[in-house]
Design a protein around this ligand. Structure first.
Ligand SMILES: [Zn+2]
Ligand SMILES: [Zn+2]
Length: 334
């Protein structure tokens, strides 16, 4: 593929991806096809990446700049966009879902969706900037976690682990992660959880009671979308606390104790993608307050895409698989 195969419109630049991640959404699009009626197929998959600007196309981001990318592309003019909520845009596009994504040699992206990488952060270390920005949104923006507050994260897939890491980096008090799989609990502990709990073996409500001396957590972030975990989150939530529901499940109705929500005046908030969170995640990385390297279980070649997606869905030990561009794999950590 040559750079001329990509034709940026005015305001867009062309990037050469350095590292791209594989995410559950990619597997879903690959297996099920279009996510939205009317999507143009075929398209290039992939939306989590960092890259280098190879054609500035008249924008003010110079060639050679290393950037992270927010793959959700808002229209910029609808009511949500005008109110500063581009991730809730009524007319969004999305790299790798509704238009060509990053599993390619080159990809065009609107200039306002890129954030320059801090010099101190290698492209490999920033490779998870996109899911990290989502974790910043769930924990700090939607969860409004303050330094010293306690947080319980339900689920330790990549987003759950990143939520624990963000909480640690932001100076949370007690950080607890609930997750049935051993390897995922180990990763959450490495990322900053003070304690991990196996909800299938341990009595989570009793553990919460003991750890918080009956007070409960200031914030709970639920990232699994599992009906059981959501119902448990409502039961466990402390009076007056914040509960962020950021896991997307099957879409089937989930029974929860609505009396508990009323009685405890729970502040239940949704969390979806991110807005204005990319720079925060990158500065946490640059300051050494968190690292995402522990989440990367392998770095592979594009040609491995089908088996990478199989491993992501079938192998519970797999956390984050990255694809390296050919130049990145020969240059190492640049
Ligand atoms: Zn993703
Ligand atoms: Zn919009």
């Amino acid at each position: 593929m040559s750079v001329d195969d990509v034709t940026p419109t005015p305001g867009e630049l062309v990037l050469a991806p350095d590292f791209s991640g594989v995410c559950g959404t990619d597997v879903h699009v690959f297996r099920q096809g279009a996510m939205l009626a009317g999507d143009e197929l075929p398209l290039v998959l992939g939306h989590e990446f960092v890259g280098t600007v190879v054609d500035a196309n008249g924008t003010d981001v110079a060639n050679g700049t290393r950037v992270a990318v927010e793959p959700l592309l808002p229209c910029g003019t609808c009511r949500q966009c005008r109110h500063g909520r581009p991730n809730l845009c009524f007319r969004w596009e999305h790299l790798g879902i509704t238009r060509d994504g990053c599993w390619a040699d080159y990809v065009s992206v609107p200039a306002e969706r890129v954030t320059r990488l801090p010099d101190a952060v290698s492209s490999l270390d920033a490779a998870l900037a996109e899911p990290l920005a989502c974790a910043v949104n769930f924990v700090l923006h939607r969860g409004a976690l303050s330094a010293g507050e306690s947080i319980l994260v339900l689920g330790a897939g990549p987003i759950g682990v990143l939520c624990a890491a963000v909480a640690k980096g932001a100076g949370a008090g007690l950080i607890v992660v609930s997750e049935p799989l051993d390897s995922r609990r180990a990763r959450a502990a490495e990322a900053g959880a003070d304690l991990t709990v196996d909800p299938t073996a341990d009595d989570l409500p009793a553990v919460v009671d003991e750890l918080t001396r009956g007070l409960g957590f200031d914030v709970i972030v639920e990232v699994t979308g599992s009906p059981r975990a959501i119902a448990q989150a409502v039961d466990l939530a402390a009076p007056g606390s914040r509960l962020v529901l950021a896991g997307l499940g099957s879409g089937a109705p989930v029974p929860v104790d609505t009396n508990a929500i009323a009685r405890k005046e729970l502040d239940i908030r949704g969390g979806f993608a991110s807005r204005w969170a990319m720079a925060t995640g990158l500065s946490l990385l640059a300051d050494g307050r968190l690292s995402t390297r522990g989440l990367v279980t392998s770095v592979r070649d594009w040609a491995d895409a089908p088996s990478a997606m199989d491993d992501l869905s079938n192998d519970p030990e797999t956390c984050k698989i990255l694809f390296a561009s050919h130049s990145s794999s020969t240059q190492g950590d640049n």
